[in-house]
Every structure is written in structure tokens, then in C-alpha cells.
Ligand binder design. Structure first.
Ligand SMILES: *Cc1c(COP(=O)(O)O)cnc(C)c1O
Length: 478
């Protein structure tokens, strides 16, 4: 391995060395490879430390988006690293069909104890593991369909998802996603899904409040459910924040309304908290934020809860799908075909489970949710000056997520032309100043590791301002 320290010329040479070797052999995710290296600089990372990534060039880069929303407590977190190392020396893996191991059991117990609850509803009671978010979504979709199938309700084979939603890249998950850039090419391969209006508060009509928008979107959902009565097995949604769709946020009353409509139509509710779970939006799970229903307390419980990303603190791939005893029981039978035969070779991998257990321990020992409240308040202060910016149409926040939506004259209905690629220009400007901001189109956002300190937050805010000005100067005039 090449040394890390040294003068900046030597650093640049080392980074270039890795860029060349990389581009000779790797095909990167979510990337038009033609843009490397001219349009997009490739960033070779040597190691991580807290919210920082340290490049082979010797420079430090602030990971402002938590490495695609996975990282919670910083990179190379010693307690998580130790848990993985200890587990690796004990039992690295064993198949979970027919075998059992302590990390899988203990993690399931802890997740079920933490899961959102709702008065009058049976709690989530069983955990099925997968090894990434998309695979977790596939599990929930297949289970929902199969449960009805086992009951002889074979006409229930449709899914409803929300406009602007995202649930992953495998064909089943892509089918319930509504981001044209990822979906359009593959449309001929995808199962048909139905899309209900998004409660997205950014789409409010003039004078409409986010809560009113949520009620209007719920009316659209109601119509869809009525029109397709008896044909739908589940509604899938991202509670509170549609992340990949541009960090679009909605009033949490929508969660209550969607829960009620699913119940009224005998349809399962799949909460995809892959990105928003584990404290990201201010509560452990976003479902907890739904306002109280008739006679109940705050919070809804879904029939399926999909978790991944932050589940291991960002250290290893793992997904968990939590569901109810009633759904589990629907698969018990003498016939193997009525069983849920889905599996992945690495289902319930002990190393990943050990990382997840260490992650949940940190939530307790470090009082993470309370700490995040203070950090989120500081993020709100730092974001406030952007509200009046003439080319920012919206500044929004849900806990540890803040988003800035650029538009030509600061109004919602005047987006920049996608070809202007403002996000790309902002990304490059921020990177040159040591911050990894990877905008979603014209939406810049902060989604930092929870351990980010005040100085790093200040750097993030300053750099965001510079990156926006740079993008507007360069991109908007191209
Ligand atoms: C990232 C994400 C997924 C997919 O997870 P992968 O691990 O990337 O497959 C699914 N749903 C949501 C809401 C996500 O943000």
C-alpha cells in the first residue's frame, strides 16, 4: 500500500495512481462512466474517521451525505469495528436455513422491541433478514402477495406506491419506484404497479398547507383503492421523506390516513424506512411521528417494516423485514409451497448482525436521539439564511435531513433545465473545498453522520453557500 502522508504533489500523484487503476477495471454504481474522469473527478478514499473521508491525496473530505445515508456514527467507528472483528474470529457465517446463531436472534429481539407500535394493533413480531435494501423490499412485496395467495385471494396481485417514491433497483423494487431516470429504460420488464399522488408538501397548491396536501393525496389513494377493490395486496411508502425523489417531505398526518385506508380496504401497509429509520428524521422510526388516530396514541405500526442502510451503522450490508404474527401464521402449513422459500446465501450474516447490535448499543449508551435533537436544531439555524435566497424555492428539514431546492426565480414552478446540471456543478465546487455533497438533481441536502460537530457543520453551511453560487454562475449560463 502506498503511504498516506506527504506533500500535496505526492498526494495528487497517489490519488491519480488509484484513479487510473480503478477506471481500468471498475464499473461504478449510479454513474455514467463516460463522465469519469473529465466531468466528474473520481475520489480515491484511503480511510475514514468520524464524519471525514481521507483521500489518497492526503486531503480530508466531509461526508455530508453519510455515504448514501448509511453511516450514523462516523467512519471506522471503533465499537462497531471491534464487534465485527470479535464476531469474525468466532463465527463469520453460517446459513440461516436450519441453523441459528446468537447475533441473528439477539438482533431480532432488539429490533422487535424498538419497532413502532400502535394502540389496538398487534405488534410486529417476526424478523426476516435480507442483505440489502432492495432485497428487503422484494421480501416484503413477495410476502404480501403470497399471504393473500395462501388464503385463496389470488386476485390480489397489485401494489400501490407513491408518485416520486423510491424503493431500490432490483426489478421488483424498481417496479414500485417512480423515478423516471432509474425506471424508464426497464419499464418493459417491470411488474405493473399503481401510483397514488404523493403527499409531498413541495407540491402544495398556493395557499394549501402541507396537512391539506396530505389529505388531498389521501383522497387520491382512497379512489385508487376503491377502483381496485380486492385487487391490491399492499401499499408501499417512504414515511416522512421521499429521499431519492429529492428529499421531498410530507406532513405525517398522511401516515395516519394511509394506515386507515389500508385497514379499511384490507390492504397491507409496507413502511420502507430503509433511509429514514434509526433516528434520521428525529425519532427512532419515522412511523412514530404519525399523529394520534381515533382513541389512540401517536404513531402507526405498519404490517411490514423494511430496514437497511443505517441498520449496521453503515458498516456492512444487511436488511431486516419486520412483520406481524398474523402474516407469519399465514404461511404455516404442511405444504412447502405455502412457505416463504425466499433466501439469500448470506441471509442473517453474523458479522452484519454483530455490527447492527453494536449500532443499537450506541443508540443507548450515547443517547443518540437526544443528541440529534441538538444537532438538528443547529442545522436549522445554519439553514435559515438560505430561505431568502432568490434562487432557492424551498428549505425543508426533517430531523437530521435538510434540503435546499434550487429554482430559476425561487418559485416552485420554475425549475432549472436539467441540462444545466446545477447539481453537478455544485458537487464539483463543494468537492474542491473538501465537502462531499452529492445533490439529487437541483436539490442539495445535508444528511451527515450524527457525530458531526459544530465546526464541521459550519464548514458544511459555508461550502453549501459557495457551491450554490458557483453552480448558479456556471450551470445556469451554460
Ligand atoms: C436506498 C433505498 C433502498 C434500496 O436499498 P439498497 O440497499 O440500495 O438496495 C430502498 N428504499 C429506500 C427508501 C432507499 O432509500
Amino acid at each position: 500500500m502506498l503511504a498516506e502522508a506527504g506533500d500535496s504533489a505526492a498526494g495528487e500523484e497517489r490519488a491519480e495512481h488509484w484513479r487510473k487503476r480503478d477506471l481500468a477495471v471498475l464499473w461504478h454504481p449510479c454513474t455514467q462512466m463516460r463522465e469519469h474522469p473529465e466531468t466528474l473527478p473520481l475520489l480515491p478514499i484511503a480511510r475514514g474517521e468520524g464524519p471525514w473521508l481521507i483521500g489518497h491525496d492526503g486531503r480530508r473530505y466531509l461526508d455530508a451525505i453519510s455515504s448514501w445515508w448509511t453511516n450514523l456514527f462516523g467512519h471506522a467507528e471503533p465499537r462497531i469495528a471491534e464487534a465485527i472483528a470479535t464476531q469474525a474470529r468466532t463465527l463469520e457465517h453460517v446459513m440461516l436455513a436450519g441453523c441459528s446463531h446468537a447475533p441473528a436472534v439477539e438482533l431480532a429481539e432488539k429490533l422487535l422491541a424498538l419497532a413502532p407500535r400502535e394502540t389496538g394493533r398487534a405488534p410486529l413480531a417476526k424478523v426476516f433478514y435480507a442483505d440489502n435494501g432492495s432485497a428487503g423490499v422484494e421480501v416484503a412485496l413477495k410476502m404480501a402477495f403470497h399471504w393473500f395467495h395462501n388464503r385463496g385471494e389470488t386476485g390480489r396481485r397489485k401494489f400501490i406506491a407513491l408518485e416520486g417514491g423510491y424503493h431500490g433497483e432490483t426489478l421488483g423494487a424498481l417496479a414500485v419506484g417512480d423515478i423516471p431516470l432509474y425506471r424508464r429504460v426497464y419499464a418493459p420488464l417491470l411488474a405493473e404497479a399503481m401510483f397514488a399522488p404523493s403527499p409531498d408538501a413541495y407540491l402544495c397548491e398556493p395557499g394549501e398547507t402541507p396537512a391539506q396536501r396530505a389529505h388531498r393525496a389521501a383522497e387520491g389513494l382512497r379512489e385508487l383503492l376503491e377502483r381496485h377493490a380486492g385487487e391490491v395486496c399492499a401499499l408501499i411508502l417512504e414515511p416522512r421523506v421521499q429521499c431519492a425523489g429529492g428529499m421531498r417531505m410530507h406532513d405525517s398526518v398522511y401516515l395516519r390516513l394511509a394506515r386507515e385506508l389500508c385497514d379499511a380496504h384490507g390492504v397491507f401497509l409496507i413502511a420502507d424506512e430503509i433511509a429514514v429509520g434509526f433516528g434520521r428524521t428525529g425519532t427512532m422510526f419515522a412511523c412514530e411521528q404519525a399523529p394520534a388516530g381515533a382513541g389512540g396514541a401517536d404513531g402507526i405500526a405498519p404490517d411490514f417494516l423494511c430496514l437497511s442502510k443505517g441498520l449496521t451503522g453503515g458498516a456492512l450490508p444487511l436488511a431486516a423485514v419486520l412483520t406481524t404474527q398474523g402474516i407469519y401464521d399465514g404461511f404455516l402449513d404442511d405444504s412447502r409451497e405455502r412457505a416463504f422459500l425466499h433466501s439469500h446465501s448470506y441471509t442473517g450474516n453474523p458479522l452484519a448482525c454483530a455490527a447492527a447490535l453494536a449500532t443499537l448499543d450506541i443508540f443507548e449508551t450515547d443517547a443518540v436521539i437526544a443528541g440529534n435533537r441538538a444537532t438538528a436544531a443547529r442545522m436549522a439555524e445554519l439553514a435559515a439564511p438560505f430561505v431568502d435566497h432568490p434562487q432557492i424555492a424551498d428549505v425543508r428539514q426533517a430531523g437530521m435531513v435538510v434540503a435546499f431546492e434550487l429554482s430559476r426565480n425561487g418559485e416552485r414552478r420554475t425549475p432549472f433545465a436539467p441540462a444545466a446540471r446545477l447539481g453537478l456543478h455544485a458537487y464539483r465546487a463543494a468537492l474542491a473545498r473538501g465537502v462531499v455533497l452529492r445533490p439529487l438533481g437541483d436539490v442539495l441536502y445535508w444528511m451527515p453522520p450524527y457525530c458531526i460537530d459544530d465546526d464541521a457543520l459550519q464548514l458544511l453551511a459555508d461550502t453549501t453557500g459557495i457551491a450554490i453560487e458557483h453552480a448558479l454562475r456556471t450551470g445556469a449560463c451554460d
